[in-house]
Design a protein around this ligand. Structure first.
Ligand code: F6P
Length: 319
């Protein structure tokens, strides 16, 4: 293997730049040439590929977003699109590809390996919804962003004795809501993996109101539905004043935390090691703090599940 390429795909995540840097720097350390593919699979199909040097990735470890840009590419979902991508890789004499992205990007990477092209996935998404890895790059930063926002919301919730409903991202997964909710002492955390009962939330609110607490924070993962609906239900039952904040894309930006930078550095370097050792069809994962490679087939056949003991703990602590 002489020449590898790296791309970022799907929703960007803080720490993707640190992962790109790790692929480029460890690639050169091992005597490889490293190419960057711009705009994910879209750029791959179009041949938007350029050589990266050690200096190309200087001063990016602390930056959010991705210097390679990203996209969600419909054409790559077709056989013809993927064939074009492989032609471009061959034209640029690239022997292996590192795909930094989420679940959808890995489905694409897997199909690329089916066409015989060695590909390694590095999990980068704020959602933490990739099975087989304890953490994805960007999740820790997103949770910290949510916590920072909720700390601010709590100040005004206290002053006005209101109930705030905060809707967070995560697509179909409740991890962001769960970790941020636990870190913030939210009164209720609504995640798609655990159906909620509005009666239970209302009772909890009433109990804390009787104890003298007049403000509350309820976190709703977007996979559960709209925070506005939850607010309406609470107002219907209790007649209380509520406010809804949808945090949105602020969760995808910002400088990555030290945890995400270290995770991204370890995972990017591991992807290069896997390619060099002849692996062609794997994703990188972190399990029990070990960074390992797992076959795409094995990883993608599993179903992601957040740590439900955290959900139980949050309920105990917000009694
Ligand atoms: O996968 C990351 C994510 O931010 C999800 O949490 C969210 O549902 C989705 O992407 C939003 O995608 P877009 O930026 O395309 O609107």
């Amino acid at each position: 293997m002489k020449r590898i390429a790296v791309l970022t795909s799907g929703g960007d995540a803080p720490g993707m730049n640190a992962a790109i840097r790790a692929v480029v720097r460890s690639g050169y350390y091992h005597g490889l040439e490293v190419y960057g593919v711009y705009r994910g699979y879209t750029g791959l199909i179009q041949g938007d590929i350029e050589k990266m040097e050690l200096g190309t990735v200087g001063d990016i470890i602390h930056r959010g977003g991705t210097v390679l840009y990203s996209s969600r590419c419909e054409e790559f979902k077709t056989e013809a699109g993927r064939q074009k991508a492989v032609e471009q890789l061959k034209k640029h004499q690239i022997d292996g590809l590192v795909v930094i992205g989420g679940d959808g990007s890995f489905q694409g990477a897997k199909k690329l390996t089916a066409l015989g092209f060695p590909t390694i996935g590095v999990p980068g998404t704020i959602d933490n919804d990739i099975p087989a890895t304890d953490f994805t790059i960007g999740f820790d930063t997103a949770v910290n962003t949510v916590v920072e926002c909720i700390d601010k919301i709590r100040d005004t919730a206290t002053s006005h004795e209101r109930t705030y409903i905060v809707e967070v991202m995560g697509r179909d997964a409740g991890d962001i809501a769960l970790w941020a909710g636990l870190a913030d002492g939210a009164e209720s955390i609504l995640i798609p993996e655990a159906p909620y009962q509005i009666d239970e939330i209302v009772e909890r609110l009433q109990r804390s109101s009787e104890r003298g607490k007049k403000h509350s924070i309820i976190i709703v993962a977007e996979g559960v539905g709209s925070g506005l609906d939850v607010a309406d239900k609470i107002t219907d039952r209790l007649g209380w004043e509520t406010r809804v904040t949808v945090l949105g894309h602020v969760q995808r930006g910002g400088s990555p935390t030290a945890f995400d930078r270290v995770l991204a550095s370890r995972m990017g370097a591991k992807a290069v090691e896997l390619l060099l050792s002849g692996q062609r069809d794997m994703m990188v994962a972190i399990r029990n703090n070990d960074v390992i490679g797992i076959d795409f087939d094995e990883a993608l056949s599993q179903k992601h599940q957040p740590r439900m003991e955290l959900y139980d703990l949050a309920k105990i602590l917000s009694i």
